[in-house]
Design a binder for this molecule. Structure first.
Ligand code: NAP
Ligand code: MG
Length: 492
């Protein structure tokens, strides 16, 4: 089926007669099964009640595979398998032996990187360039990083003999399916816990692939279990009495529900939730770099990023010139086939998410903001939304307050650093922020005042396994990554 890969200018400005040829990555790198089972106790098997659901390629709406739909009995079996390994196998290993398995998993991810990148791009809709250059290498990096901690837990600053919690129930979203699985599994395993992981309904395939990698690495059966299904499967998992620790990444709404459910049970909980980050551009910022940072902040991964710089705060004196450059830059982005290596903007992950983005963008127009998108032809099939910029946004607009989780930027202006801080902090969230300025002192002044778990300076959306990540307020609590990320999985 033909896919549209051309958006506006085919060649950079000033260059003529040099269009882009398609550069598709081979879909044949991945051999999809017709049906995928749950991974429980070291075996792939159908759900007890035999239910399945279909995962689709959001760029074409074509079905990719049928996947087992885990019910409460399957979750029971997975938790029991994890408990058994915790008591008899994984929980008894020495740290240096756990490390060997984690290093092995990291290396196999690297060896199978091309396959994984294509699979992730197919199931999620993200550009292959991002899956290849960000998701997959970072997933390996988190396993390498936590492998290094496995035999040094007593030196991690949590006392002389930190102990694992037992069985971790982990629920992840669809925006970075493999990477979120790595963020959850690697620290939990390094700390000596066993895991039951529930990937999102629309993106189950890379978690199942990772389960296969765990098997290839010889991980003892029951140490990692994957239960695929929809929200109900996640709800059974987090409420399961056999789970000692719940780790959730997803929406604030579901996070609140989980917190209510887990309250009083003694189950440990960490929540990584939504965000509405401010990306703040001062008049002394290098404009071209700032524009790249704005683009990377909100259009990376179609804006399906919890820490996306979805609110651009630009100093009034430079707002006109920054926006002009931004519009020029956006006109060069290429939207279309995620498997084309030239593609910058892939597909929206699901029809439901597309509907949510449309409704919020429409509210922006209805509330009086001015909407702009570059000339952009959307493919006829699949779920697509053009890069969109709203100007004339006021703080009361829904598009300035609510997380859109799509390629939509809301632009506000400010005059003084104090006003920038006040506007940036005027949100129930607190996950991340960006600052663009040439003054180091201003970066430090701002960073001390911004209520955000991560503050990037003259860069955006940069991740490193050694650096903790997490939120304040309605963005959740607990940290993932770095030494801090171990604490969530240790009895200290
Ligand atoms: P979501 O609806 O909350 O779903 C997240 C996960 O929870 C999915 O696996 C989902 O299953 C499952 N789930 C749904 N209802 C549940 C319930 N009642 N009990 C237990 N699990 C349940 O969020 P989403 O729309 O997929 O993901 C987008 C959200 O994630 C955004 O708000 C984003 O900001 C946030 N996010 C945060 C971070 C972070 O680190 N802070 C990172 C990435 C994303 P199904 O998908 O099968 O329904
Ligand atoms: Mg899918």
């Amino acid at each position: 089926m033909a896919r549209v890969t051309e958006t506006a200018p085919a060649a950079p400005r000033g260059v003529t007669g040099m269009g882009y040829a398609r550069a598709p990555e081979s879909r044949d790198l991945v051999r999809l099964g017709a049906e995928y089972g749950l991974y429980i106790g070291g075996e792939f098997r159908p759900a007890v009640e035999g239910g399945t659901f279909t995962t689709v390629d959001p760029a074409t709406e074509e079905p990719l595979a049928a996947v087992a739909d885990a019910g409460a009995r399957d979750v029971d079996l997975a938790v029991a398998a994890a408990r058994e390994s915790s008591e008899a196998r994984w929980g008894r290993l020495r740290g240096r032996d756990r490390a060997k398995y984690l290093f092995r998993i990291a290396r196999i991810i690297q060896e199978r990187a091309r396959e994984l990148a294509v699979l992730e791009s197919l199931d999620n809709g993200k550009p292959i360039r991002e899956a290849r250059d960000v998701d997959v290498p970072l997933a390996a990096a988190y396993f390498f990083y936590y492998a290094g901690w496995a035999d040094k837990l007593e030196h991690a600053g949590f006392g002389p003999s930190p102990r694992p919690l037992g069985v971790a129930g982990q629920v992840i979203p669809w925006n970075f399916p493999l990477l979120m699985a790595a963020w959850k599994l690697a620290p939990a395993l390094a700390a000596g816990n066993t895991c039951v992981l529930k990937p999102a309904e629309t993106t189950p395939l890379s978690a199942l692939f990772l389960a296969g990698i765990c098997e290839e690495a010889g991980l003892p059966p029951g140490t990692v279990n994957v239960v695929t299904g929809a929200g109900a499967t996640g709800a059974s998992l987090v409420a399961h009495p056999g789970v000692d620790k719940v780790a959730f990444t997803g929406s604030t709404e579901v996070g609140k529900e989980i917190r209510r459910r887990v309250a009083g049970s003694g189950t440990r909980l960490t929540l990584e939730l939504g965000g509405k980050a401010a990306n703040i551009v001062f008049d002394d910022a290098p404009v071209d770099q700032a524009v790249e940072g704005i683009v990377n902040g909100i259009f990376f991964n179609q804006g399906h990023v919890c820490c996306a710089g979805s609110r651009l705060l630009v100093q009034e004196s430079v707002a006109g010139s920054v926006l002009d450059r931004l519009r020029q830059r956006l006109a060069t982005l290429r939207l279309g086939d995620p498997l084309d290596k030239n593609t910058d903007i892939g597909a929206i992950n699901s029809a439901a998410q597309l509907e949510k983005i449309r409704a919020l963008a429409d509210s922006g127009t209805a509330e009086g903001a001015e909407r702009w998108s570059p000339p952009c032809r959307l493919p006829e099939r699949g779920f697509w939304f053009p890069p969109t910029v709203f100007t004339g946004v006021s703080q009361s607009h829904r598009i300035a307050r609510e997380e859109i989780f799509g390629p939509v930027l809301s632009v506000l202006t400010f005059r003084t650093p104090e006003e920038a801080v006040a506007k940036a902090n005027n949100t129930p969230y607190g996950l991340s922020a960006g600052i663009w300025t040439e003054k180091g002192s201003r970066i430090l002044w701002m960073a001390q005042r911004l209520e955000a778990g991560v503050v990037w300076a003259n860069t955006y959306n940069r991740f490193d396994p050694a650096s903790p990540f997490g939120g304040y307020q309605e963005s959740g609590f607990g940290r993932e990554g770095g030494r801090h990320g171990l604490e969530a999985y240790l009895d200290v």
